[in-house]
Design a protein around this ligand. Structure first.
Ligand SMILES: Nc1ncnc2c1ncn2[C@@H]1O[C@H](COP(=O)(O)OP(=O)(O)OP(=O)(O)O)[C@@H](O)[C@H]1O
Ligand SMILES: [Mg+2]
Length: 365
C-alpha cells in the first residue's frame, strides 16, 4: 500500500473550474472521505487520482512517485464505482478472480488469492454461486473482492453504497470499516453523506465548489469547523449561527448578542466592524431560567432519547437538543444557556472561523 499526495491539483472543463488548487496527503493505510454536495468536484478529483482524467495543473504522487502523467493502468489503483458490473454468466469465484486471469497469474495462485479474499469479505460460503441470484450486499462484496484480489496500491471508491437501501447501507458502512481495519489499504472514498464519512473515515476533506474547505479528522471537522459552510454541512441539525454586528479587538472575551453579553473564546486578531456569527451546536444549548438570552418556543421534534426544540430569537431560529422529558408550551419564553467551552466565532463576510473555544482548548489547555 502507498501514500497518496496531491499538490495544487486543478481541473478546468472549458471556462468552468471543477477542482481548484487542491492539496492533501492520504498517509499509507489511511481512509480519507471526500465529502461534499453534488457537483462540488469529488468524482473529478478521484478520476484524476485514478488517471482517468488529466489535471489542468498540479501533481499527483503515489508512494512517492510522480504519476501525474501515467495512464490509469500504470498506477496500480483499484477503482470501485457505484454502478459496478459483475459478469452475470460467471460464478462468484470467477468474478473475483477475473482481474488476475487478465494479468496472467497462475491457476493455483488465483485459487489461493480468491479464497483469501473471500475469507476477508466473509463470502467464502457463496464462492460457487451464480452472481445473478445474489442480494445487493453480497453483490457489493463480490465487487469489492474483485478490487481487493489484485492487491492494488490503493482503493478509490465513488459512492459505492449509492444504490443500496438504508438498512444495507448501515451494514456495509460497518463492513467496509472493519475490512479497512483488517487490510489497512490506503483509501479515498467519495460520498455526499456526512454520516458515512464520519463513521468510516480517519480524515475527511469537505469540498464546496471545487475547493477543499477543511481537511481533518471527523472530530476536528465536527468540533472546530474552519468555515460556516463546514459548520452548516456537518451535523444534523447543523450548527446554529447567532448573528450580530460588532467590531472585534484582539483579546476580546465577550460579545453582545440580542443585547446580552456572552463570553466567547479569545479572538486572536483585530477585526474591522462587521457581521459576525456565534456558532453553537444544538447539543451545546440548554434551557435555563437564569439566562438573559431569551426566545419563544416555536416547535419541537421528538427523537425518543432527546428532542430538538426550535426557539425564535431576535435574529432567527435556534435549535437546541434537550432531554426528551423536558416540558414546555409552544410560544412559551425560555432562557438559553450556551456551553461556553464549545463555541465558535465566525466572520460572516469571509465565512471563516476567527475563534473557537475548542481550538483554544486543544492548543493552550
Ligand atoms: N467532462 C466534463 N465536462 C464538463 N463538465 C464536467 C465534466 N465532468 C464534470 N463536470 C462538471 O464539473 C463539476 C464537478 O463534477 P463532479 O462529477 O466532480 O461532481 P461530484 O462532486 O462528483 O458530484 P456528484 O455528487 O453529483 O457525483 C460539475 O459541475 C460537473 O457538471
Ligand atoms: Mg460524483
Amino acid at each position: 500500500m502507498a501514500e497518496i499526495r496531491i499538490e495544487n491539483l486543478r481541473k478546468e472543463f472549458g471556462a468552468f473550474v471543477a477542482v481548484e488548487d487542491s492539496s492533501f496527503v492520504v498517509r499509507d493505510g489511511e481512509f480519507l472521505a471526500l465529502l461534499g454536495p453534488s457537483g462540488c468536484g469529488k468524482t473529478t478529483t478521484l478520476r484524476m487520482i485514478a488517471g482517468l482524467e488529466l489535471p489542468t495543473s498540479g501533481r499527483i504522487f503515489l508512494g512517492g512517485e510522480d504519476v501525474t502523467l501515467n495512464r490509469a493502468r500504470e498506477r496500480d489503483i483499484a477503482f470501485v464505482f457505484q454502478l459496478f458490473a459483475l459478469y452475470p454468466h460467471m460464478n462468484v469465484r470467477k468474478n473475483i478472480g477475473f482481474p488476475l486471469v487478465a494479468q496472467g497469474v497462475s491457476k493455483a495462485e488465483i485459487r489461493s488469492r480468491v479464497e483469501e479474499t473471500a475469507r476477508l469479505l466473509q463470502i467464502n460460503n457463496i464462492l460457487d454461486r451464480s452472481v445473478s441470484g445474489l442480494a445487493g450486499g453480497d453483490r457489493q462484496r463480490v465487487a469489492l473482492g474483485r478490487a481487493i484480489v489484485r492487491r492494488p496500491k490503493c482503493f478509490l471508491m465513488d459512492e459505492p453504497l449509492g444504490t443500496l437501501d438504508a438498512e444495507f447501507r448501515d451494514l456495509m458502512v460497518r463492513e467496509l470499516r472493519e475490512l479497512h481495519n483488517r487490510i489497512h489499504a490506503t483509501t479515498v472514498y467519495v460520498t455526499h453523506d456526512q454520516l458515512e464519512a464520519m463513521a468510516m473515515a480517519d480524515k475527511i476533506a469537505v469540498m464546496n465548489h471545487g475547493i477543499i474547505e477543511q481537511f481533518g479528522t471527523p472530530q476536528e471537522i465536527y468540533n472546530r469547523p474552519a468555515t460556516m459552510y463546514v459548520a452548516d454541512f456537518i451535523g444534523s441539525p447543523p450548527m446554529n449561527f447567532l448573528r450580530f454586528r460588532s467590531s472585534l479587538q484582539k483579546g476580546v472575551r465577550s460579545v453582545s448578542v440580542d443585547g446580552v453579553a456572552i463570553a466567547v473564546p479569545e479572538v486572536h486578531q483585530d477585526m474591522a466592524e462587521g457581521e459576525l456569527a456565534l456558532g453553537v451546536r444544538p447539543e451545546d444549548i440548554r434551557f435555563s431560567d437564569a439566562s438573559a438570552l431569551r426566545g419563544a418556543v416555536y416547535g419541537s421534534e421528538y427523537h425518543g432519547t432527546n428532542q430538538i426544540v426550535a426557539v425564535e430569537m431576535g435574529n432567527g431560529l435556534v435549535k437546541a437538543r434537550v432531554p426528551a422529558d423536558q416540558n414546555f408550551q409552544i410560544g412559551e419564553t425560555v432562557g438559553l444557556e450556551l456551553n461556553h467551552s464549545k463555541l465558535s466565532l465566525f466572520d460572516c463576510a469571509s465565512g471563516r472561523a476567527v475563534a473557537s473555544s475548542r481550538y483554544a482548548e486543544a492548543h493552550h489547555g
